[in-house]
Structures are given as C-alpha cells and as structure tokens.
Design a protein around this ligand. Structure first.
Ligand code: NAP
Length: 502
C-alpha cells in the first residue's frame, strides 16, 4: 500500500524567529517544513544554514523566484550564492542539514546538486506553471526526473476542473517513483487533500494568517487538513464524497460529515469542490471515483437542468432542486434533503404539528425558499412569498397556490398580514459579523417592526444570530437559526452517502 503523503508547512515569516514560532504552533500537525527563503528579510538570509538544527524537523530549502510565484527578484547569481550558503559545511549528523532542496528544472548548477546529493539532501526538481495548466503530466514528470535521486514536482494553475482531474488521474498512475503533483488555487484543493490517493508524496500547507499573496495557492492550514479532513487516515481505499458550489467560501458540511465518518471509523472523506459548472463537476466526480456530492449555491436547480441525473426523487421533482446527488449503478440520482431538514427543525422549534390557519411570510424565492414553500404546503400552511425579484416569487407562489409580493417597505402591509411565522431564506446577513447592527444590507426586512408574537426562523446559521434574528428576539419573538436544519439535512445526506442509519 502507498504510504501517506507527508504534510509540509510553508514558512513565510520575515525572520527565522517567526518561522520557528510557526513550527511551534503547528508541530503536532506537520511532518516537515519548507523554508521559503524568498520571504525572509535580507539580513536573515545570512543565517539560513543553521535553520535545520534550530527547526529540529525535516526541512526543504526553497528560494522561489517571482516568475514561479515566489518573491525572489535578485537574479540567479545571488540565488546560487544563497543555495550554496544553505547547503555548505554539511554536518555529519544529517538532521542538521536540509533534508530536501527544491531546485527548478531550468536551474542547472551541477556543483550545488552534487553537494546536495553527497550529503544526503534530496533534490525536489520542480516545475511551476502559474499561468496555465499542463496537459501531459506523466510525460512531463518523466522529462523532469533527470536522475533516480530526484523527486519531480509539478505545480500548475488549472483553468477548470478538467485540468485538476487530469493531474490527479495521471499522478495516481505513477507508482514506481516519488513525485509531487499540485493543482494550485481554490480549484486545486482536491489535489492537496487527496495527495495520498493520487500518490503525491508531499502536500503543502500554510499557517492560517499567511501573507495575502499566498492565498492564490489555495493552501489550507495544517489543523484543518488533519482535523477536518482526517488527512492522515486517507489511503487508496478511502471513499470520497464532497460538496460542489461556487464560490464555496463558507461551508460547515465537511466538518459535519468528516466528524461522523471518524466517529464511526468509516474510511471516507468529504471534500469541498469549488466549481463553475454543474456538468463539469459531475465529470470530475466520475473521473475521480467520487461517490456522492452535496449540492449548494448556485447549483441546486442547475444540476437538474444539466441533464447529468438519470433519476430524481419525488421531492426533488416537486421542488425542482437537488441538494444531494449520489452515484448508483444506474447512474447519478438526485435528492433533496433540505425539505425534510427544514420540516424537522421547524416543527421542533415551533412545537406545531401542522400549520393549519397560520399565515406565513417566506422571505426570498431561491432554491431554499422553494424547499420551504413546499414544506409549508405539505404542513397545510398559507403563505406569501416576498422577494426582491418579483418574477421568482410569482413562480414559487404559483406552484403552491400562495400569494406573492415585492420585498420592500411599500409592501409592509402585506408582510403584516402574513406574520404569524416569518421564514427568512435569502442570503442577506450570511457571513456578517455577529452583533452587527441591523441595516438595509444585512437585514432583508429591516423595514418591519417585530410585534413579539411572531415565530421567526432564519435559514442562515453563520452568524448564529443574524441582525434580523437579534431584532426579533429583542422584541420578544421566539427565534431559530438554520443550524439544526443544516444538521438534519446533513443526517439524511449521510444516510444516502453511506447507506447506514445515522
Ligand atoms: P439562491 O437560490 O441563490 O437564492 C438567494 C435568495 O436570496 C434569492 O431570493 C435572492 O433574491 C435573495 N437575495 C440575495 N441577495 C439579496 C439582496 N441583496 N437583497 C434581497 N434579496 C437577496 O440561494 P438558496 O440556495 O436559496 O440559499 C439561500 C440562503 O439559505 C443561503 O444563505 C444558504 O446558506 C441558506 N440555506 C441554509 C440551509 C440550511 O440547512 N440551514 C439550507 C439551504 C440554504 P433574488 O431572487 O432577487 O436574487
């Protein structure tokens, strides 16, 4: 069985002391570090030779040029001097030397390479393409690997998921020599989390507060990698699930699913897949043997229109939106677990068994609103849909025989008629600071004054209390956020993914 990929923390401190501090902070979550000399202040560069003895952890010596995505701009002669400084006076105790040196394919200084090899420093022979993808990965690896002592590394910026898929597929095929394969940027995250599965021997991570110019690499921090994604448990037999969405900046789903896999000792991992196109994501899933996906913004409806699903469940057909897709022997199947998640959480919160005689305002008319409207209809409630784009409100209202109105102060009178229960389903307020004052931008019904009798349910779970919910609570209303709904819909997903009772 292939060994687990090692986790290398990129050190981007301006001083050696800062870098040592980072090692202290993350030592339990990493196997090695990469000293990025190009991030060090000039006077600190004088002392790189002593770094491995201070770090007491296997270290890669890297001086990345600007053209390869680094910060070094002082020319190749100065870079050669710096490499020589790092590799000179090798110690008999190999722990006091750099374990690896990263040398680009076009940097050919035989005496440095010989010195490295003579003292047991392994060479990572790297090729970076920060503008465009590389097609023939396997061929490229073979051409980079000049001697059997070198570990070839390819890192490139993918243009789409197909590029990431190529890299992962071809890298996984190489079993006879160590190599490193990385797709850069947020699109490439699967290649980092699944490094072991694709036989890439090192995955790179960075500290949570890394410099901003590092963010384009799409690295995650070592704690998230090891705790949220159970990286060290991933092996070639691990089943992969994920969440597709765009921009997919915040999601609690990986934490939920991976924690549950871990608790039950299931050899599974759940990863984020940032994508711009539903069809392409399903092709990516097929190519990489991904068995099931959660579907989030903005693909819940698109996934049905894309024609990639061979079957859809009854609820999915009714609400015309899927939030879960599963690969079965008969093809991809679509499900909607939002409806059940909402019903369960809402009934628990309200204490109601049905919604007879209740007048309900549904704020918003997106995919989530559709699921809530379907649920309200099922529970026999009477609703009015309020939305910024009136046509969308009309579309949902017509489906279920509800009323609809524009979402603005001119229609306050309508909201005041449908205020037994207010269900907030827009994304307004999502991700805003906890305790921020309600305003037009973070509170979709800022113009409405709560009376105190309303039951107010907001699908948003981050922050825990949106400005709208905080206002409702202050007025005496009972309130509920979307975290239980998220959990309940996640439980149904978990059962679909694993075929096991939660
Ligand atoms: P969606 O299909 O994209 O719909 C977004 C809705 O928000 C639309 O009604 C849109 O109005 C409205 N909206 C966006 N920006 C607005 C603004 N500035 N002013 C007024 N209205 C605005 O998204 P979705 O899938 O329904 O998700 C909506 C929210 O529900 C998200 O925050 C999501 O996280 C949350 N959600 C939570 C759960 C859970 O389990 N707790 C499950 C699903 C969704 P227009 O039509 O005018 O654009």
């Amino acid at each position: 069985m292939a060994s687990t990929a090692k986790i290398a923390l990129c050190l981007t401190g301006r001083t050696i002391e800062e870098d040592l501090e980072l090692i202290k902070q993350y030592k339990d979550y990493i196997d090695m570090v990469e000293l990025r000399v190009d991030y060090l202040d000039d006077d600190e560069k004088l002392f790189i030779r002593k770094f491995p003895s201070l770090a007491k952890i296997p270290t890669i010596l890297t001086i990345r040029r600007h053209c390869d995505g680094g910060k070094f701009c002082d020319g190749e002669a100065n870079r050669t001097t710096l490499f020589a400084r790092g590799l000179a006076y090798a110690d008999q105790d190999s722990r006091k030397n750099f374990t690896y040196v990263d040398i680009e394919t076009d940097f050919d200084v035989p005496c440095l390479q010989d010195a490295a090899l003579a003292f047991g420093t392994k060479i990572i022979r790297s090729f970076h393409s920060i503008e465009s993808p590389i097609d023939e990965i396997e061929k490229k690896f073979r051409s980079i690997r000049k001697t059997g002592f070198e570990i070839p590394k390819i890192a490139f910026k993918p243009k789409n998921l197909q590029d990431v898929s190529n890299l992962m597929k071809e890298s996984a095929r190489i079993k006879d020599y160590e190599h490193i394969a990385i797709a850069l940027g947020p699109l490439g995250l699967p290649s980092r989390i699944l490094a072991t599965k694709i036989n890439s021997c090192i995955t790179y991570v960075s500290a949570k507060n890394s410099p901003e110019d590092f963010a384009f690499l799409g690295q995650i921090d070592p704690i998230t990698l090891t705790q949220t994604y159970n990286f060290r448990q991933i092996n070639e037999d691990t089943s992969v699930f994920g969440i597709m969405g765009y921009p997919l900046k915040f999601t609690n789903s990986p934490k939920f699913h991976n924690e549950n896999f871990k608790k039950r000792k299931m050899n599974c991992v759940y990863i984020p897949i940032r994508c711009e196109n539903a069809e392409e994501t399903v092709q990516f899933a097929d190519a990489n043997n991904i068995k099931g996906l959660s579907v989030t913004l903005p693909f819940k409806k698109d996934i049905l229109k894309s024609g990639v699903l061979n079957f859809i469940s009854e609820t999915t057909g009714e609400v015309q939106a899927a939030n879960t897709i599963l690969k079965t022997c008969e093809g991809w199947k679509g499900f909607n677990t939002d409806v059940n998640g909402f019903i369960k959480s809402f009934l628990e919160f309200s204490g109601y068994r049905n919604l007879f005689f209740k007048k309900i305002a549904i704020i918003g008319a997106g995919g989530a609103a559709n699921a809530c409207a379907y649920a309200v209809k099922k529970l026999r409630g009477n609703a009015c849909i309020f939305n910024r784009t009136l046509s969308k409100a009309r579309e949902i209202a017509n489906l279920y025989g509800f009323r609809y109105a524009p979402l603005n102060a001119d229609y306050l009178y309508a909201l005041e008629k449908y205020n037994d229960i207010i269900i907030q389903t827009t994304s307004v307020g999502f991700g805003c600071e906890q305790d921020s004052e309600s305003n037009k931008k973070n509170d979709p019904i800022f113009f409405y004054e709560f009376k105190g009798f309303e039951k107010v349910f907001d699908l948003i779970y981050l922050p825990e209390k949106t400005p709208m919910l905080a206002r409702a609570e202050k007025a005496g209303c009972s309130i509920c956020n979307g975290s239980n709904m998220l959990e309940y819909q996640g439980i149904d997903q978990f059962e679909l993914f694993t075929g096991e009772k939660y």
